[in-house]
Ligand binder design. Structure first.
Ligand SMILES: [Zn+2]
Length: 360
């Protein structure tokens, strides 16, 4: 269990002071006793021998009864943070516009599923930030290479193209691309042979989160540490994995187990506290360890960092932090939004939490 919560609960077991009966108290209190600390019980009341100055005298001690708190609602820190992000459901003033196109061979059922999830995701994020440009979204299948390349060129030849097509191979995949004018494009490749595992609320929330990260942080998103981008996308995908809280939580638990075991494996090869501090400060967004090869620290460690960030400062403050980042950089924004520098927060709050959660 979370240590802070345990402390809090034990404090909840309060001491109840029963009112003294003045006459009884007066007759028993004040008599001289011989040894400090000794106790005696008279008519159900306990007296203790207390030394005051040079004098030892019997003092009536308050009756102590333990009060069991009403079944406390114990919510783990990480799920409390996720519930915080789930709890926002304002009707946004403006909803992010989208330009969504499907290639000819994509099964209609897949397009419909993805589009419905996009709708939910855009409404959610539009509460916080809206990009004046539409979110250009493309759904292709393995049979749509020519169509895809044409669409990719129309969208300004971003950094996906042939590279991403080859990378997905015979499988499925999702990607976010940036073209030279800073436009963000989103791609989903699904297969005609089976229902896509990407056509889920979870994956759509993940990818769309990247679009809004770039919208809020602008170019500063490229300077953010490894833990931010993928970590927040993982955090949000878990929190919103399903409309049902119970289902979302069970998915989140699985995602978190994967994250914990990957970080544990990585930490096992390094000195734990130093290794964690190093991973937080020195591993960049572009590092292979961050998002290309195991332990995929951006996704795994990042997920845990983001849950603690929201738990400590609330989701709405994290949004403020993102929006303020383009002014003077993410670090200055971290400082002014949360009232602590990122490095101090790592040392004082985050690393002790990680160590407890990872059970190093
Ligand atoms: Zn991602």
């Amino acid at each position: 269990m979370n240590k802070r919560l345990t402390t809090f609960l034990s404090v909840l077991v309060v001491l109840v002071l029963l009112p003294l009966s003045p006459s009884n108290a007066a007759s028993q209190t004040g008599g001289i006793c011989s040894k400090a600390g000794k106790t005696k019980v008279i008519s159900g009341k306990t007296f203790k021998c207390i030394k005051s100055g040079k004098k030892l005298s019997w003092i009536l001690t308050p009756s102590i009864s333990k009060v069991t708190p009403e079944a406390p609602k114990i919510v783990e820190t990480w799920w409390r943070a996720m519930l915080d992000s789930r709890s926002f459901s304002q009707v946004p003033r403006v909803i992010q516009s989208i330009d969504i196109k499907s290639a000819p061979n994509v099964p209609k059922s897949e397009t419909d599923k993805i589009a419905a999830h996009f709708n939910d995701t855009l409404i959610y994020w539009s509460q916080f930030v809206v990009n004046p440009q539409p979110l250009y979204t493309t759904i292709v299948s393995e049979k749509d290479y020519e169509w895809y390349m044409k669409r990719w060129q129309e969208l300004g030849s971003d950094n996906t193209g042939q590279y991403w097509w080859d990378k997905t191979g015979n499988g499925e995949g999702g990607a976010v691309g940036w073209n030279n004018s800073g436009q963000i494009n989103m791609y989903f490749k699904v297969l005609t042979t089976r229902p896509s595992t990407l056509a889920t609320r979870e994956h759509v929330f993940h990818e769309v989160t990247h679009f809004f990260q770039a919208t809020a942080l602008k170019d500063e998103v490229n300077n953010t540490p490894c833990w931010f981008g993928e970590g927040q996308a993982q955090f949000i995908q878990s929190a919103h994995a399903d409309k049902s809280e119970t289902v979302a939580k069970s998915i989140a638990i699985q995602n978190r187990k994967w994250a914990i075991s990957a970080v544990n494996k990585y930490i096992g090869t390094t000195n734990s506290v130093d290794g964690l501090f190093n991973a937080l400060t020195n591993i960049s967004r572009g590092d292979v360890l961050c998002n290309r090869t195991e332990p995929l620290l951006g996704y795994t460690l990042g997920q845990l960092v983001n849950e603690k960030l929201v738990a400590d400062f609330t989701w709405i403050k994290v949004i403020d932090f993102m929006k303020k980042s383009p002014e003077n950089g993410w670090q200055a924004s971290f400082n002014s939004t949360f009232g602590i520098s990122a490095e101090d927060w790592y040392k004082k709050d985050l690393i002790p939490y990680l160590i407890a959660e990872l059970k190093i």
